[in-house]
Design a protein around this ligand. Structure first.
Ligand code: SF4
Length: 405
């Protein structure tokens, strides 16, 4: 893919996007032979801005700074959002074996098969099984579903238990790389022990990349910054996720901050992450053309956030702190005499409220143990008292009991 670091403006991207939908679907539907034939006839393809690229750590590979997060229901035949993303150079699709009711990988496969573009794409997927045998089993299933002989990256999905980063897994990864089934390996993490896992990974030469929860709320977090430094020094490719740092039920606050600068809040938080040279890219949930184009516009415009915009973000983070959950549920869960999963439930509420993923949020919640779903009659006052953000958990979790079931 192009590694052009261009200076296209936000307006140019949005203008080029104005006619993009039909063009993208049509253009990307064209088999490359058709495209070649069109070129041979002297027809010039319309040039659109390309999202800048950066090198992903020790992989040495350039990837776009904006990655397509595919954790929602894609069109199983041909997804036009993938086509539109690809048109702008967003050729990295972030899948997982479990995304969207396990439909994600097959939809990505249909897309790349339809346009014969496997070699032009970076496909990442993830395994929910973390032991060496389970990991290989899931990889084989992902390869089948993705209809490809290799994945560019395969992650342990949502790693929590550090003991899985074992010599046995290292040997399995080396074996699978040798067989050509995966090019690079790493893990994703977003729980309470992100810092611990990153510090461990920095000492393991077989970890190529980490996708971790990182957003503007954490800029002053010294321990996290040290862990990022350690991974950066070890040349581990770092990808930020959950960049919106979103919270549940924060719509009114959000609106107050929306109009203060050149960028809306979604774009501003992405630009804040890209301003960190230690981070290669940010994965983003772009389930509408508007979100996709806005994020592409933010990526293609090389202008940095202004001081005023940075201050607005800091102010916004402070104003919504009591609504934002960090996932540190080892603090709040033990205060309740029931098998609840507070941080996890709050994350599903974030999917529901901030990401607009109502269906997925309900599906995920339904997969929790029954006891973790029975929230309506529990008094969460002790959990609120323990929470470092003092989140009103009676309000949020009783609401979760109503809207996620
Ligand atoms: S509710 Fe508070 S203590 Fe519990 S996971 Fe969220 S931020 Fe951490």
């Amino acid at each position: 893919m192009s590694n052009q670091r261009n200076g296209f403006s936000r307006r140019e991207v949005l203008m080029s996007g104005a006619t993009a939908t039909a063009g993208a679907i049509l253009g990307a539907s064209l088999h490359s032979e058709d495209a070649d034939a069109a070129e041979a006839k002297g027809k010039k393809k319309k040039k659109v801005p390309q999202v800048p690229t950066r090198v992903l750590g020790k992989t040495g590979q350039r990837i776009p700074i904006l990655l397509f997060g595919a954790a929602f229901r894609l069109n199983p035949v041909f997804d036009p959002l993938l086509a539109e993303a690809l048109r702008y150079g967003v050729n990295y699709f972030d899948a997982a074996d479990c995304y969207a009711g396990s439909t994600c990988e097959a939809a990505v496969a249909s897309f790349h098969k339809r346009i014969h573009a496997r070699s032009k794409l970076w496909l990442t997927s993830k395994s929910d099984l973390h032991d060496p045998t389970g990991f290989e089993k899931r990889l084989e299933r992902s390869l089948q579903r993705l209809q490809t002989s290799y994945v560019d990256m395969y992650y342990l999905h949502a790693l929590k238990d550090k003991s899985y980063l074992s010599p046995a897994l290292a040997r399995k990864v080396a074996e699978l790389k040798k067989k050509g089934k995966l090019r690079y390996f790493g893990f994703s993490c977003h729980s309470h022990n992100v810092v611990e896992l990153m510090n461990i990974a920095a000492k393991l030469p077989w970890i190529d990349s980490i996708m971790f929860r990182y957003n503007f709320r954490q800029y002053g977090d010294k321990a996290l910054n040290k862990a990022i430094d350690a991974c950066h020094r070890a040349n581990i490719g770092l990808i930020a996720m959950k960049t919106q740092g979103s919270s549940s039920s924060f719509e009114p606050k959000w609106k107050q901050f929306q109009k203060k600068g050149k960028w809306n809040k979604f774009q501003a938080v992405l630009k804040a992450v890209w301003a960190d040279p230690r981070i290669t890219a940010s994965v983003s949930h772009m389930d509408t053309f508007q979100k996709l184009r806005e994020n592409i516009a933010a990526a293609c415009d090389l202008q940095k956030l202004t001081q005023i915009e940075v201050e607005e973000l800091v102010r916004y983070a402070a104003a919504t702190r009591s609504l934002a959950c960090n996932g540190c549920e080892h603090i709040c869960n033990p205060t309740i005499d029931a098998n609840v999963q507070i941080g996890t439930t709050m994350r599903y509420m974030m999917y529901h409220d901030a990401y607009g993923q109502q269906e997925e949020a309900r599906e995920l919640f339904a997969q929790l143990p029954q006891e973790a779903q029975n929230l309506a009659n529990i008094d969460f006052s002790a959990a609120t008292a323990a929470c470092p953000h003092n989140i009103d958990l009676n309000y949020h979790l009783h609401r979760a009991a109503r809207i996620l079931t």
